[in-house]
Every structure is written in C-alpha cells, then in structure tokens.
Write a protein that binds this ligand. Structure first.
Ligand code: SER
Length: 611
C-alpha cells in the first residue's frame, strides 16, 4: 500500500473508528447489530462468514428483519482464499468489515451521500483524495448514470469518476442465483502520479487503494441467466476496518495499526530484535517482517475461531482443518524464528485484551482457547517427532545422486506438517538435496485443488435458502427440543450444519446415547411432525424471549429485538430462520448416526424424507 502526502491526523485507534462508524449510521436511523458468528448457520456451501452481508442473506432476499430496514455493524470475517498472499502489507485471513444496509429502504442517493459524508466529514479525508467507480452498463443492465450524477453533484470531478464493466463494478449473486447489482467502489488516491494514461482504480500500481463498496442490489439473477428486478431495492456496503485504519494513520501497512502492533512487538521481545525500526532500511528485515505479519494475522484468526460460541476445535475436516492449518503454520514460523516453546497462549492473550470489549466471546471462551492451544501444540510436537523419524528413514534410504524426491518431500509436508525448509536442512545433514522443482509442482497442484474446492463451496451459493434446507432447519429445532425432553435441560446446542442430504447437530452431553434414548428422540420428533403443528415466528426483545423460556444464544450486546420460532409443545428458540411453515412438511425424521464430536459434545446426523 503506497501512500504519500496524506493529510489525516495520526490519531485514529481501531476502537475510535469502529465507534465512529456505528454511531454515524445510528444517527441516520440505523440499528446497530452485533457481529454474527464466524461460522455460518445452516449454510453447507461456505466454511466461514466472508462478508458482512453473509448473515443477512435471508433479509436481502425479502425476509423481514426484526430490527427494521436500516442496519449497521462491524462483522468479523475470515477469508482463506488469499492465504498465500498474507505477509504483504494488506492481505489478511481475519478481518473486520464495517457495513450498513438498507433492506428495501434508502437507495443510491442516500447511500452514496452518507458514505461521502462519513469519509470526508467524520474521517476528514479530503474529497480530492477520493476516486470512485461506476457501472458502465451492458446488454442486460443499463449504464448507471444516476450514480455518476450523484457523485458529480457531491463535487467529485470527472477525472475522479471511472466507469467500468461487470468485472469491476458488479457484485453478486453470492451463489448461482439471487440478489445482485451494480456497485460503486470508493478508492483512496495516494496522490502519486498516474502510472500511465490508462491508470485508474482498476490498475494495481498502488496509486488507488479500495476502501469501500456500495452495492445496489436491485436485481435478481435467475436460473436461466437473466436478470429481473427484485421486489425490494437493497443497499449492501462493506469497508475493511484494517485498511481504512492504516490510511487514516498514514501507515503503509495494516500491520502498523493498533490491531497488530502489540502482536508484532511481542514477537520483537521474544526474538530480542527491533524489526519495526529496521523495515525500511534493511533488506534482511523484510523476510522476518513477512513471518511476523503471518504470525500476527494467523493468531487473530486462530483466537477468534476458538472464541466462537459454536465451539470449533482443530480437526481434520472443514473449519477445524483450516484452524489446524493456521495453528501449525504459526508454530512452524515461530520455529523458524527460533521460538520453540508454546507461546501461542501469550499471543492469544494479546488478541483477547485488544478486542474483549467489542467481542465478549473472547473472554467467555478464554479457558477453552488456552486449553485447545495447549493440546494442539503438544499434538504438533508429536507429529513433528514422528515426521522426523520418517524423514530420517527416507534420507537413509537415498542412493546414487542422493536427491530426495519431490513426492517424499511433499509427503513430509502434507502428512507430517513438515516445512520444506526443515526437509532441506535435514537433507543437507545427510549430504543430500531435495527435488524442489517436483515438490513445488506437487505443492501448486495441491493448492489448486483446495482453491477449486473452496470456490466450489462459495459458488454453490451462500444463499442456500431452499425449501429443503428450511425443513431440515425446522427438524433441527425439533431434535434439539426432543433431546432436552429425553436427556434434560443441560443439553444445549454446540453447533449445527445442514446440507442437501442431512442435518448435523452438536450438543453438550457427556456420554453416548443409548439405543432406547435415540429411539425415543426420533419418536418425539415424528410425533411432532404427525401433529402438523404450525411453526410460529414472533419478534421479541431478548428479555421477553428469555422470560418466555426461549433457548438460543443470548449474547447480544444490545437490548434488541430478535426472532423467536415456536413449535408449540416442542421447541421455542431464538433463530434467524428460515423455517418450514408447519411440521407436517417434514414428512418423516430419521436419525442416521450418533457419535462423539469432542470432549463433552455429542453429534447427531439425521435426515427427513425426500419430497
Ligand atoms: N458485499 C460487498 C462486499 O463484500 C459489500 O459489502 O464487498
């Protein structure tokens, strides 16, 4: 991120920025909503919450939000598709997205005017430093002259407004079909000379830094590829907190903001060096700085993932696998920095201290975080030890030109979490070398596979709001209710995941369920289905919901209205929906499997009859 001549004062803390954003939009009638979990509810198509709009998909599609039509928040997000880029000045796996929404309320003029006012008046960014992009139109959707007109009327000169096509100026749908629309992106112009005549916000020379996106969701992409107008016009905006914070403080990188500095300084202490002073003077500091940035970034992701109330733990599948990878990568990098003891809890403590006011789950789950970091550290040490044995075996069996094949080096990396640098060092000790060309080929192939896998999940649609998903969601509530009837009220939800085939429900309970208990649970759910009970949705305050015995997560920081779904006699839960309208739509419920999920947590997989 190249910046020069920035006029902003150097006094923006992350806390002040978050507060200022939320309060600004509150003053324009927006309700502040708390950040949703990093683990999406009942969405089989994506591993993590990747944008502020993600938890709001049902409302963008037309469902009524209990807090009204103007919302604002600061949403914690995780994106892992750019994980290999982390280490430069801007890429992150964990980040916070500031966002404001109009759910069928205001549209382009108000949205753009508020963004402009926030940037120029609240943050003090001179309007000359802004550049914006506007959709140029194509065969399906006309040129967005209205947005151009609004920016002009706010005083932006023609050379600050750029028209681009669909690649640059269209957002969504998140899945194959759904709400989408042209957007207008706002960039910070660092004041450098243009790199060429073609230079503009779409150019990556560094002159323009994207800070905010205003999406005008007035279209719906249909299954046949055409665009129809949505019944309601929405606005979805997103601004990366870390990036705007760096700009406001005249910093070249997000890692030089208060969100990261305590972590970087801790690393300096542990290594007894002063990297922050050296970074601009010494080339050799660059590699170390890169490692520091990755460690600092990953520690935020790790701590926030472990703090999530959904109780995620490191494992070999899905989100747990990503968490494990992040932890192991961090441990490997720490090892490279010659830090071999388990310092993960010390970094986690810094993340907790830095963020506990905004994210109280960090404090609630502090012991769990430390416990998991300790376990994972020991497990990794063990894996590393067995990897060492295997590696030595490979080395000893080398003959002739003594080159360790890329295949074996990759096996050490993939199965034993063995960093390639370690394999090279070890090979040297045995007077051997490593076929790095083949290793890199295998590594890239593996990366590509995970990328395609991740994209597949994403492209599958964030908005999997199919009727079957809704029915499985209702079945989850009935299952939760039935478990509490059979096993008692100490049972509570620890996780939920739905795909087209089945539901998966994790709950607190410390032993295997008996066959009779499982039969009883199944019977209760089917009894509720046979009774054809309506699924009633009400909007209540959290206090009212609690008083009426609703279950669910009561971690809302603000006294706010929530949706409560009731299936009389069986279930009353705080939940965002959507659900079946009556229980008979579920037809028949079958438990497929009951197993352990983690210590003190059981897991049930179950399904309902196909249509
Ligand atoms: N959905 C848009 C984004 O993620 C704006 O919030 O950029």
């Amino acid at each position: 991120m190249k910046q020069t001549n920035c006029n902003q004062s150097n006094s923006w803390s992350s806390k002040k920025l978050r507060k200022s954003y939320l309060e600004f939009f509150k003053s324009y009638g927006h309700e502040i909503i708390p950040s949703a979990s990093l683990l999406p509810d009942n969405d089989p198509t994506v591993l993590f919450t990747t944008a502020g709009m993600h938890p709001l998909v049902p409302y963008l599609l037309g469902e009524k939000h209990p807090l009204g039509r103007r919302l604002v928040d600061c949403q914690k997000c995780i994106r892992t598709d750019d994980i290999e880029e982390v280490g430069d000045e801007t890429h992150l796996t964990f980040f916070e997205m500031l966002g404001n929404w109009s759910l069928g309320d205001y549209f382009k003029r108000e949205s753009i005017t508020m963004s402009y006012e926030f940037l120029t008046l609240e943050l003090g960014i001179p309007k000359e430093r802004l550049a914006v992009t506007v959709f140029e139109g194509d065969d399906s959707v006309p040129r967005d002259v209205e947005t151009h007109h609004i920016w002009s009327s706010l005083g932006l000169r023609e050379n600050q407004i750029f028209f681009y096509g669909r690649k640059e100026n269209w957002w969504g749908p998140a899945g194959q079909t759904g709400p989408c629309g042209p957007d207008s992106e706002i960039f910070y112009d660092n004041g450098c000379n243009p790199c060429s005549d073609q230079c503009g916000p779409a150019c990556n020379c560094g002159k323009y830094v994207e800070i905010w996106n205003n999406v005008f969701m007035e279209y719906k992409k249909e299954g046949n590829g055409t665009y129809t107008l949505l019944s309601q016009k929405n606005v979805d905006t997103g601004m990366g907190l870390e990036r705007i914070l760096a700009i406001l403080n005249n910093k070249n990188s997000v890692f030089e903001t208060d969100l990261f500095l305590p972590l970087i300084m801790k690393l300096e202490d542990l290594m007894g060096i002063k990297i922050l002073n050296e970074i601009n003077n010494m080339n050799s500091a660059e590699e170390t700085m890169k490692q520091f940035r990755i460690i600092a970034d990953h520690m935020r992701s790790i701590t926030f993932l472990l703090a999530d109330d959904k109780g995620i733990i490191p494992s070999n599948t899905e989100q747990g696998y990503i968490l494990r990878r992040l932890i192991r990568r961090t441990l490997r990098l720490l090892k490279k920095c010659n830090i071999n003891q388990n310092v993960l809890p010390e970094f986690a403590e810094i993340v907790i201290l830095n963020n506990q006011e905004e994210y109280p789950e960090l404090v609630r789950n502090r012991d769990f975080i430390f416990d998991q970091l300790k376990k994972e550290y020991h497990l990794f040490r063990k894996t590393l030890d067995s990897g060492l044995k295997k590696a030595e075996q490979f080395m000893r069996s080398l003959e002739g030109d003594r080159i360790l094949s890329g295949d074996l080096a990759f096996k050490l990396y993939d199965t034993y979490g063995f960093p390639i640098e370690l394999t090279i060092e070890l090979a040297e000790e045995y007077g051997a070398s490593v076929d790095l060309f083949e290793f890199n080929r295998k590594y890239k192939e593996h990366q590509e596979k995970s990328r395609v896998g991740a994209e597949g999940k994403f492209k599958g649609g964030l908005a999997d709001q199919s009727e079957r998903t809704a029915r499985l969601h209702t079945a989850t509530h009935l299952l939760n209710g039935a478990l509490r009837i059979v096993l008692g009220n100490t049972v509570y939800q620890k996780g939920s995941n739905i795909n087209a085939d089945r539901l998966r429900f994790d709950f607190s309970f410390d032993r295997k369920l008996t066959e009779e208990e499982l039969q009883k649970v199944e019977q209760i759910v089917n009894e509720a289905i046979d009774k054809d009970i309506p699924v009633i949705c009400e909007e209540l305050t959290t206090t009212e919901a609690k008083d009426q015995g609703a279950i669910g997560v009561f971690d809302h920081k603000y006294e706010q209205r929530v949706k409560v779904y009731t299936i009389q006699g069986y279930s009353k839960e705080i939940c965002g929906g959507p659900h079946a309208s009556k229980t008979s739509e579920l037809k028949h419920f079958t438990i497929l499997k009951e197993e352990s999920s983690s210590a003190g947590v059981r897991r049930i997989k179950a399904s309902i009859q196909e249509d």
